[in-house]
Design a protein around this ligand. Structure first.
Ligand code: SF4
Ligand code: SF4
Length: 179
């Protein structure tokens, strides 16, 4: 969901009143309802320091309000660096970073995640590396007398990704999120 779409006025039909209770039963987001919107998580978040578009407090509020589709399709959900500063600082013991993880997992289950992760999955399945090693770098290693890079174990990674259903989810046609 684009930044502009995320700022559209909220319609009553968008609200899923059960969403917050569903989240409260999931590991990591049990304390979601304790958030009283003090904003400490946002003011301490290193990512929020660099972009006005990312506000963990806002993500928590959207989840509390039951804006399920909006929050799961939000581009900004994927900006969290999982540093856990917010979790350490929250006066209400809301595990903010874990709530974001739960939301990401729900979004990924629907195939809603940035194209960059799909590309990484493709690369991992092909070569065992998260991104294609540029030929130039391979050559540079040779000229400097360095040994070739170890071969990635794509087969083992494929098994792991299958275990968490990531490959199936990557194939789903979820609404495109950020690149
Ligand atoms: S720090 Fe905790 S209570 Fe304050 S807005 Fe963030 S999640 Fe809510
Ligand atoms: S875990 Fe995510 S939301 Fe929390 S402070 Fe770090 S980057 Fe910000």
């Amino acid at each position: 969901m684009s930044e502009a779409a995320a700022k559209e006025p909220i319609r009553a039909s968008e609200i899923d009143p059960k969403f917050k209770y569903e989240l409260s039963k999931m590991h990591g987001s049990e304390k979601l309802l304790k958030c009283f919107q003090c904003g400490t998580c946002t003011s301490d978040c290193p990512v929020a320091r660099y972009t006005d578009n990312y506000r963990p407090r806002q993500i928590i509020r959207m989840a509390q309000l039951g804006l399920k589709e909006r929050v799961l399709k939000s581009d900004t959900l994927w900006l969290c660096a999982a540093c856990f500063t917010c979790t350490d600082r929250c006066p209400q013991d809301v595990e903010v970073a874990s709530v974001i993880r739960v939301l990401r997992n729900l979004a990924a289950d629907r195939g809603c995640f940035p194209q960059v992760f799909r590309d990484q999955v493709g690369s991992v399945l092909e070569s065992g590396y998260a991104y294609k090693i540029p030929e130039l770098r391979v050559k540079k290693r040779e000229t400097q007398g360095l040994p070739p890079l170890p071969k990635g174990n794509a087969e083992s990674l494929r098994k792991s990704l299958k275990g968490v259903k990531f490959i199936e989810n990557a194939d789903k046609k979820g609404e495109q999120t950020a690149k």
